[in-house]
Design a protein around this ligand. Structure first.
Ligand SMILES: Nc1nc2c(ncn2[C@@H]2O[C@H](COP(=O)(O)OP(=O)(O)OP(=O)(O)O)[C@@H](O)[C@H]2O)c(=O)[nH]1
Ligand SMILES: [Mg+2]
Length: 308
């Protein structure tokens, strides 16, 4: 991945004739490759990725601008069965993103086609155009891809279907071209040099959370939230204090590890990613806090940024 671009906004210029703009909401089952696709289009790592389901928890805005127009992508957690209040809030964010969409980009893993029940709530959004993106073409046989795409076409009213590999960047430019073809003419919503709506510290907390997904097993990544306590950007170094919230005392022990080794590894890996993202040296101080049942607690959820 290349260096992230500056996300400080500049002025919004007058668009040329034929300029397109719109909101494209990325939908699909967990692990379909939604965040991988967003990063592939933007050419930078904005949305965190892991081989585990439910990696994305918030709605992530990623803005692509070029001569043709501006696409405001909304990456979402996709479908999930609400088990905690946290999940209800995540689903609320998904619904809001679908409502805001000019176009829904439905990303499909050919090996994990959604059931009719999973697609049922889509029925209320019938009027929204849907573009199907069959992902992971590098991993599946043509016959599997075609069968999966046909199954989806029977259940959703599709404007078009594209087959790509987000991981290998195959078919990505062609898909972006097709998105522009389906978007209405209109002025940009954001300055063309703006990459996202979230502040830097949000992405920093996400990069720490990503390492929790990579380094810990079982329920640990799902039991954690990450909060940035202080963020001081000095010319040579950025100093960051962050807390990892867990829901049980036993989880605190696991996150810290024997003699603090696990937490140290987490800090080292996260720091590398944050340094690449910010383009500065980083001093990262991590500590672990127990907040019982935070995933069920409205006050905690709000203070951790789950507002919807
Ligand atoms: N082989 C292959 N793997 C892919 C491709 N795109 C994504 N993946 C992998 O699929 C896994 C899930 O990718 P994510 O981008 O996190 O998926 P997501 O849909 O955002 O998942 P959630 O945020 O959990 O809903 C990761 O291990 C990716 O590397 C692809 O085109 N080919
Ligand atoms: Mg994701």
């Amino acid at each position: 991945m290349s260096e992230p671009e500056d996300i400080t906004p500049g002025p919004i210029p007058e668009p040329p004739k034929g300029y397109k703009s719109g909101y494209v909401t990325i939908m699909g089952k967990p692990n379909a490759g939604k965040s991988t696709f967003l990063n592939a289009v933007l050419g930078t790592k904005l949305s965190i990725i892991s081989p585990k389901v439910q990696t994305t928890r918030h709605r992530i805005t990623g803005i692509h601008s070029d001569d043709r127009g501006q696409i405001v992508f909304l990456d979402t957690p996709g479908f999930l069965e609400p088990r905690y209040k946290l999940h209800e809030k995540m689903m609320h964010a998904v619904r809001r993103s679908v409502e805001d969409a000019d176009l829904i980009l439905f990303i499909l893993d050919p090996g994990d086609v959604p059931s009719e029940e999973e697609l049922a709530w889509f029925a209320s959004y019938r009027k929204k155009p849907v573009l199907l993106m069959v992902n992971k073409s590098d991993r599946f046989k043509e016959a599997t891809i075609t069968a999966a795409a046909e199954q989806m076409a029977q259940q959703l009213h599709l404007r078009d279907t594209r087959i790509i590999s987000a991981l290998n960047l195959e078919g990505v430019p062609e898909l972006v071209e097709q998105i522009f073809a389906l978007l209405p003419e209109g002025p940009p919503f954001f300055p063309p040099d703006q990459l996202s709506e979230h502040p830097e510290r949000f992405f920093v907390s996400e990069l720490i959370r990503e390492q929790l997904f990579h380094l810990y097993r079982a329920e640990i990544p799902y039991s954690c939230a990450v909060n940035i306590i202080s963020f001081e950007a000095e010319p040579e170094i950025t100093r960051i204090d962050a807390e990892i919230v867990v829901s049980r005392n036993s989880q605190k022990g696991i996150v810290i590890g024997k003699g603090g080794t696990a937490l140290k590894k987490l800090g080292t890996e996260a720091r590398k990613e944050i340094q690449q993202f910010l383009g500065t040296k980083v001093y990262l101080n991590l500590f672990v806090k127990v907040r019982e049942k935070w995933r069920e607690n409205e006050t905690f959820l709000r203070s951790y940024g789950y507002n919807s």
